[in-house]
Design a protein. Structure first.
Length: 234
């Protein structure tokens, strides 16, 4: 029995490694076949960005709003002279807001027609994920420490009104309505202070603790609530 269990584990590992290898190989083929720059597109779980100009440039980078523009990811150049960068689709996100850095100058993506001005009047590019490409997560909530954001995720039948409540909302059952980002997948992003928070969802008028979160407690009144600990920033 033990040998059989070990065999199953080994087969699972081999399958996972093979899938990862196929994924990397497919992305490599995409890079090799790209002969000209195009608007951002989804490819194999990544957002594929490209850049190309008639005049030579020394380098091109990209920085994202959800990383607070703190990290610059550098493009690479393929054999056809096209600069490219593949960014894994983050869990729980519906779009990417970003800017390019071309030889030290910040700019929007000339190949992406979707631009907007933020609250400070700075132009940003936005790429929205097609709904069928949004990642279904197996955990909730998702804590993004750098942005001080928490992404709550709930899965149910399509077309439902799902609400988030919690200690941070004084348990108001209708304060936060979740967005159905794809059929049956509901998300909501909040900025929460570091500390311990308690929360639950409302579906069809019934209060439900987070089925993707193993941490929960029961109040003196018998109400169940999921537990969320937001770490303090170091």
């Amino acid at each position: 029995m033990r040998k059989y269990s070990l065999l199953i584990i080994l087969l699972s590992i081999i399958t996972a490694l093979a899938a990862a290898s196929d994924s990397e190989g497919d992305l490599h083929i995409k890079v090799m076949r790209t002969s000209k720059a195009a608007p951002p597109q989804i490819h194999n779980g990544h957002v594929f960005f490209t850049f190309q100009t008639k005049t030579p440039v020394r380098y091109v980078g990209i920085a994202f709003l959800h990383e607070q523009f703190r990290k610059v990811h550098l493009f690479q150049r393929n054999d056809k002279g096209v600069l490219f960068f593949a960014y894994p689709i983050p869990e729980g996100m519906t779009h990417l807001d970003y800017r390019l850095i071309v030889d030290g100058l910040w700019t929007t993506d000339p190949l992406n027609p979707y631009t907007y001005l933020d609250s400070q009047g700075i132009s940003l590019s936005r790429f929205e994920f097609p709904k069928e490409q949004l990642m279904i997560t197996s955990r909730s909530p998702i804590i993004r420490e750098e942005e001080q954001q928490v992404v709550f995720v709930f899965q149910a039948e399509p077309g439902k009104d799902i609400y988030l409540t919690g200690s941070f909302a004084r348990w108001d059952p209708y304060l936060y309505r979740m967005e159905e980002v794809r059929p049956g997948l509901y998300t909501l992003t909040l900025r929460l202070l570091p500390g311990t928070h308690y929360y639950a969802f409302y579906k069809d008028g019934k209060r439900i603790r987070d089925p993707l979160n193993k941490e929960w407690r029961r109040s003196k009144e018998g109400q169940e609530a999921s537990v969320l600990i937001v770490p303090s920033r170091s």
